[in-house]
Write a new protein. Structure first.
Length: 191
């Protein structure tokens, strides 16, 4: 084989190795994005699962409180309205906002309940309140897991050189589930 032939084979071999390397890089990076994006979707599904549990408990909770606190109609209406907005939310940011409003309304409802000692002593109410408290804890855990998944995905979307691939394939940063401003202030309980 001539010297030109050997050089040609080396060039072809180097090009093949480069093509395989680029293919592996793009394939690996794309697949990591897909896995991380699916991880955020799975984590969000778990959040929604717990939010649905809360959504289903609220009518029973409100009806129980209604029996004792008929004149606290404004707070009960706010909880019912917030619950309805949760049911109507479509996108992840809309669902986050609607559930933050519901969290705020439930906080106000808890303050109202503190005013009624008979209600707090009712066994059915106590059981219902424990269920709701357990659900709120589950929601907090799932929110944290979701935010961890979003963080891992967002780091990848924003890191070089992965950010180039993310832009090429349309991967966008995920939305974090953040507490509403009202949650940063403790509710005031007055007797």
């Amino acid at each position: 084989m001539s010297k030109k032939g050997k050089i040609g084979l080396i060039v072809i071999a180097v090009l093949i190795i480069l093509l395989i390397s680029f293919y592996s890089f793009f394939k690996g990076t794309y697949n990591r994005f897909v896995a991380l994006e699916e991880g955020t979707k799975g984590a969000w599904a778990q959040v929604e699962n717990q939010l649905q549990r809360r959504y289903d408990l609220i009518p029973n909770y409100v009806e129980t409180v209604k029996g004792y606190a008929k004149h606290e109609k404004e707070v009960l209406t706010e909880v019912t309205r917030a619950r309805a907005s949760v049911g109507g939310a479509q996108t992840v940011p809309e669902k986050i906002e609607a559930n933050n409003q519901l969290t705020t309304a439930l906080s106000r409802l808890l303050v109202v309940m503190e005013r009624y000692p008979d209600l707090k002593a009712n066994q059915n109410f106590i059981r219902l309140q424990d269920e709701l408290a357990g659900t709120e804890n589950r929601i907090a855990v799932e929110r944290r897991r979701y935010n961890e998944a979003v963080k891992a995905f967002n780091v990848r979307v924003r890191s070089f050189p992965d950010n180039i691939m993310a832009n090429m394939f349309g991967f966008k940063e995920g939305a974090f589930f953040e507490a509403p401003e009202e949650a940063k202030t403790a509710p005031k309980i007055k007797f």
